[in-house]
Design a protein around this ligand. Structure first.
Ligand SMILES: Nc1ncnc2c1ncn2[C@@H]1O[C@H](COP(=O)(O)OP(=O)(O)OP(=O)(O)O)[C@@H](O)[C@H]1O
Length: 855
């Protein structure tokens, strides 16, 4: 234990310590036999009166003061030096006492003068007297000036001043008296008077010092000049514990507020999951609502409940709508329903709505929803809204004629009416848009194809368009195919005939824009590109701008892959695991279904009518165009290549694989290879496996998706082409065989399951090098975790064995995988087979090209 010295609190610095107190003048008394004069016990003097005051204190020491003194005026007879310290008040006096010094020194010079003799003085002329008088006057003035120097000087100062004045007077008095009369009894009386005055001065000084001592609270000075006694300081005992430190400044963890965002983003309309209403309540006519119910849309989902009132005719001033809601929450119906209702009020067919989507598959999917709604409103006496698509899976001219036709003209002369049809418009040199009519009210398209029609299709006009829907908007805005947005907005901004865009039952003029995504961008500059008018943002309750919510009933699992070279075996184990099966509905697939599905997936003819101009806009970042030819050929080869015999393990109608899974890979090639490898590794599953890549021909993709929806296929191996928007209602599992490239991609991939209020599971196979990124960026766990993904339950770690088990720590997870030697050998054989097929395919393709060139 150490005793730590803690200094006493610093005494308050008071004026008297700064401002010198004039010591009493040097007065020497005649030795007197009388009893010693009374004196007042001086009060203890504070330390701050310090060194220059000490001599003064000594002077008021009764032992000194009472000593008989003698006033001697003469050079020879020097008065006894009071002490060596007696001169210190002058020498050591702090600044500002110069005047006082003069005052103190002056008596000495006067004394010298006096030593010259009274006779000499008497002979001096009256002039000299005047000079003396003037000098005295000047001295008095100086003293007065010194007095005014500090008006705040307290009583003791005043006391000193008084005393000095008196002393000065006294000094002068005897001088004058001496001049007038010689020393006598009177002088003694005077001396007594002086003594008594001194006594009173002492008293005053003592009182002043006492007052000062009280003021300075305990600091005492010995009247003998000894060091003041220090009070014993309190000793605080400390151990070796660290000296208390000030608390560190709190780190500002407050997140950026969105004050800088526009009001419509900062204060969105919030939707809760439970916020559902019947369609009638939302002012959808009873008849179409009934039809919708019959098609499975019993009531409006939460997002529809929020969005429909904003888009249906409304007495308020209506603006554009931006929707950021999770995957599978029903965004499509939220815009299709009001749009179709609005258009069904009209009679003439004009292009009234454009729906822009990133992929062909989505175009077809949205078309189905539009058709359902169109039928519903037609049934209630409205116009049958005509739906068209433009995706590039048809020959461009065919697509043109499906969208636009030339008006029928009836000639006044001749053989009745002469009908010009669209086949002739291409030939005409000058095109008058008024000569053409739209064959569709709604065009659902990919952006690339839309641009082609705007630029190349005569009579294709956006003059009547009142609805512009941009679904999967973040993707479409990020990848501005052929500057589609600029072109479309420019074309739409033509206000030559604004009456064409009048909404029959709405107070909204111009084009209404509806922008949707599950991962809506918060990039204001992107959103500004859309030139929105009085927009409103709809988001899920509890989320804020930038959040990406997962479906509430989605469960997520992560599986560690300790041996990446055997990763396909992990996938096989997962597909055959009990947990996967348990999560699935116990559906049966008949032998007949299986064989027809097998046909669909493997032996589609290559005579699909994909045109060379098939310019699909989806540009998966993962699609590997350089390798796609290989992949394609590998895929195509399946029809021709003698297939290795797949041992069928299913002997009855019961299939082993009773669930459904969508497996995502990082590229088209990876998807094709994995699909084939799975078939080789687990021949019993081969007929249930389909493949979906951006290089797969459109018709084949459509068939594959249909087969999957019908349950004929149970496993889809896909690139990210299938990650956005695809609605596969019976999909129970999503498997990330390869880690997605971004948070957003993860949200869209896993969002293919657990849709429309159903349950679903997402599995991610994690190689060692990927684990950190996954946990940090996607799962939001561990060091530096940062994710915008909002989920209802955290991601679970699981281990693959005969059954999938939950693991709670890494040690448990690190148990050896028991891939038997036999399995590993089978896997190697499958890889060899795959290699042979790829070589064969490349050879075949090469021959084809050569024969093409020759031809
Ligand atoms: N009111 C409803 N009642 C029943 N089912 C509905 C309703 N609305 C939508 N659905 C169904 O919910 C599923 C998901 O809808 P939709 O495809 O519109 O979701 P989404 O929000 O667009 O998803 P994503 O962001 O993935 O594109 C579809 O199968 C759709 O038929």
């Amino acid at each position: 234990m150490y005793k730590r010295y803690i200094p006493p609190p610093k005494p308050k610095v008071s004026r008297p310590s700064d401002i010198p107190v004039r010591p009493p003048p040097q007065v020497y008394h005649e030795p007197e036999p009388e009893p010693e004069p009374e004196y007042v016990e001086p009060a203890p003097v504070p330390v701050q009166t310090s060194s220059w005051l000490q001599p003064y204190a000594r002077r008021i020491d009764p032992t000194i003061a009472s000593q008989p003194t003698k006033i001697v005026f003469g050079d020879d007879d020097e008065p006894p030096a009071p002490s060596s310290q007696s001169s210190r008040p002058v020498d050591d006096a702090p600044n500002g006492v110069a005047d006082e010094e003069k005052t103190l020194k002056k008596p000495k010079s006067k004394k010298n003068k006096k030593n010259r003799g009274d006779d000499e003085e008497a002979e001096e002329k009256p002039k000299k007297r005047r000079r003396v008088a003037e000098e005295e006057e000047r001295e008095e003035k100086e003293e007065a000036a010194a007095e005014t120097e500090d008006v705040t000087m307290e009583a003791e100062t005043t006391t000193h001043e008084d005393r000095n004045n008196e002393e000065q007077k006294e000094k002068r008095k005897p001088k004058r008296e001496k001049k007038k009369k010689p020393k006598s009894d009177e002088q003694e009386e005077d001396d007594n008077a002086v003594r008594s005055r001194h006594k009173s001065v002492f008293e005053k000084v003592a009182k002043a010092l006492q007052a000062q001592a009280l003021e300075e609270d305990g600091d005492k000075m010995d009247v003998d000049g000894a060091e003041p006694e220090e009070e014993e300081e309190p000793v605080v005992e400390h151990g070796l514990e660290p000296i208390p430190q000030p608390a560190p400044a709190a780190f500002d963890e407050s997140k950026l507020t969105y004050e800088t965002l526009p009001q419509w983003i900062a204060s969105p309309i919030r939707v809760t999951e439970s916020m559902t209403k019947s369609f009638e309540e939302l002012k959808i006519a009873a008849e179409p609502a009934k039809v919708l119910q019959s098609k499975g849309f019993k009531e409006a989902f939460a997002v529809q409940t929020a969005v429909l009132p904003l888009l249906l005719p409304n007495p308020d001033r209506q603006g554009d709508v931006v929707v950021a809601a999770p995957t599978g929450s029903g965004k499509t119906l939220s815009y299709v329903l009001p749009m179709i209702q609005d258009i069904s009020y009209g009679r003439i067919t004009d292009l009234r709505a454009l729906i822009v989507l990133p992929t062909r598959d989505l175009v077809q999917q949205v078309q189905q929803t539009c058709d359902a709604c169109a039928a519903a409103f037609a049934s209630s006496g409205g116009k049958r809204v005509k739906i068209g698509t433009a995706v590039g899976n048809k020959v461009f001219k065919e697509e043109q004629s499906a969208i636009v036709e030339k008006k029928q003209r009836y000639g006044a002369v001749g053989d009745g009416c002469s009908k010009e049809n669209l086949s002739s418009w291409a030939a005409s040199e000058t095109v008058n848009p008024e000569d053409y009519v739209s064959k569709v009210d709604v065009l659902i398209c990919t952006p690339g194809r839309l641009v082609e029609h705007i630029k190349q299709t005569p009579g294709f006009t956006l003059d009547y368009v009142r609805w512009l829907i941009v679904d999967e908007a973040d993707k479409l805005l990020a990848q501005d195919f052929q500057q589609w947005l600029n072109l479309v907005l420019e074309t739409l901004s033509t206000e030559q005939r604004p009456s064409r865009r009048v909404f029959p039952k709405s107070n909204k003029k111009g084009v209404r824009k509806v922008i949707l995504s599950a991962t809506m961008t918060q990039d204001i500059s992107m959103l500004n590109l859309l030139k929105l008018s009085r927009p409103k943002l709809v988001v899920l309750e509890g989320t804020k701008a930038g959040d990406q919510s997962l479906p509430p009933l989605l469960k997520e699992y992560a599986i560690k892959v300790r041996e990446p070279s055997l990763k396909p075996l992990y996938l096989v184990d997962l597909l055959q695991s009990e947990l996967l099966a348990a999560a699935a509905k116990d559906t049966e697939v008949t032998e007949a279904d299986a064989s027809s599905a097998s046909e669909t997936s493997d032996s589609e003819s290559s005579s699909d009518s994909d045109s060379s101009s098939d310019s699909e806009s989806d540009s998966d970042s993962d699609s590997d165009s350089s390798s796609s030819s290989d992949s394609d050929s590998s895929s195509e080869s399946k029809a021709d290549e003698p297939k290795p015999k797949i041992k069928s393990q299913h002997t009855s109608k019961q299939r082993k694989f009773s669930t459904s899974a969508l497996i995502f890979t990082k590229s088209n090639e990876a998807a094709l290879r994995l699909s084939r490898l799975l078939a080789l590794l687990v021949p019993s599953l081969a007929h249930l496996i389909g493949t979906l890549t951006s290089t797969t021909k459109t018709i084949r993709r459509t068939r594959t998706l249909r087969a999957f929806t019908q349950g004929k296929l149970r496993i889809l191996v896909a690139s990210d082409i299938a990650s956005r928007g695809l609605d596969l209602p019976n999909l129970e599992h999503v498997i990330n065989y390869d880690l997605p490239i971004s948070e957003t991609a993860y949200v869209h991939r896993v969002g293919r399951t657990a849709r429309a209020g159903r349950a679903g599971a997402a599995w991610t196979l994690l190689e060692h090098s990927e684990a950190r990124r996954f946990w940090r960026d996607f799962a939001g766990e561990g060091k530096g975790a940062s994710t915008n993904i909002l989920r209802s339950t955290p991601v679970e770690r699981v281990r693959l064995g005969h059954k999938v088990e939950k693991v709670f720590d890494d040690k448990e997870e690190a148990k050896e995988d028991d891939f038997s030697e036999e399995r590993v050998q089978a896997y190697e054989k499958a890889l060899e087979q795959l290699q042979r097929e790829a070589t064969f395919s490349r050879g075949k393709k090469g021959k084809k090209e050569v024969s093409k060139k020759r031809a």
